[in-house]
Design a protein around this ligand. Structure first.
Ligand SMILES: C[S@@+](CC[C@H](N)C(=O)[O-])C[C@H]1O[C@@H](n2cnc3c(N)ncnc32)[C@H](O)[C@@H]1O
Length: 250
């Protein structure tokens, strides 16, 4: 997948998080796992500027490695950790989720919120599996259809985005077929899309557009963002993020 343009990053670097999500959902998924102590190692993949990484660090005693392929996000997370005195427990790193260079069975938990679409849910289950110790846990949030008959406009938009979207039952089947046992799943509330993502995104995009008159790339990026938000406003009951908590089979 090509990296997004400069204007996209300029907007997304100022956001509290880079995708729909929320602390209660992170903690709800975490609550499905055994308590994570200082002996446990967590890998947060596609961490962005690390809002969920910070939530995991505050809620556990585990050591967390947080990986993203965009250096400014990694730097933002490092600064946040330093400000909160958490730098000794979290290691932010630049890396490619399609080519993670950690030894086999390095982690007790793999975590990835709103990022797996970059390589695809099924492929991630397959290529990240070796990184987990047997019986280790994986938590992934990924877009799913929530209705059997999604509206054509939403379908067309997400197809044009090449979104890997299927229903929850299909995700459950993929989990079972990939050597994992599903422990729990739930859907991210719609408010988490608005309050934590689309409201700040719409605000930042509008400001960026206003401060970059005559910039064709800025116009294209902000128009695309406005369209995405409008599609969700019209059809957000038809799709959402499923949180899937699973354990690696032996
Ligand atoms: C939608 S954001 C989600 C970020 C964060 N987990 C959150 O929920 O706020 C997807 C993240 O994946 C990162 N990313 C994109 N391609 C990647 C790759 N090949 N390897 C690692 N991270 C990648 C992006 O830079 C971005 O931070």
């Amino acid at each position: 997948m090509d990296k997004p343009p400069r204007s996209f990053y300029a907007i997304f670097e100022t956001l509290p998080r880079q995708g729909p999500g929320d602390r209660d959902a992170t903690l709800r998924a975490l609550g499905c796992l055994p308590p994570l102590t200082s002996r446990h190692r967590v890998l947060d993949i596609g961490c962005g500027s690390g809002t969920q990484t910070l939530d995991l660090a505050r809620a556990t005693d585990a050591h967390i490695t947080a990986v993203d392929n965009h250096a400014p996000f990694v730097e933002i997370l490092k600064n946040q950790l330093a400000q909160r005195g958490l730098g000794h427990r979290v290691s932010p790193e630049l890396g490619d989720m399609a080519d993670l260079r950690f030894p086999d069975e390095s982690f007790d938990v793999i975590w990835s919120e709103g990022a797996v679409f970059i390589i695809g849910f099924d492929r991630a289950l397959s290529i990240w599996r070796r990184l987990l110790r047997p019986q280790g846990h994986m938590v992934i949030s990924e877009m799913c259809w929530l209705r059997d008959d999604p509206p054509v406009e939403a379908r067309d938009f997400l197809a044009a985005e090449a979104a890997d979207i299927v229903d929850i039952a299909a995700r459950r089947r993929a989990i079972a077929a990939s050597g994992y046992r599903l422990i729990a799943d739930f859907v991210l509330p719609r408010l988490a899309w608005w309050d934590n993502f689309y409201v700040p995104l719409a605000d930042r995009a509008a400001r960026y557009k206003a401060t970059h008159p005559g910039d064709a790339e800025a116009l294209a990026v902000t128009t695309r963002i406005e369209h995405e938000i409008e599609i969700y406003r019209r059809h957000g009951e038809a799709y959402g993020y499923g949180f899937f908590v699973m354990a690696r089979d032996a």
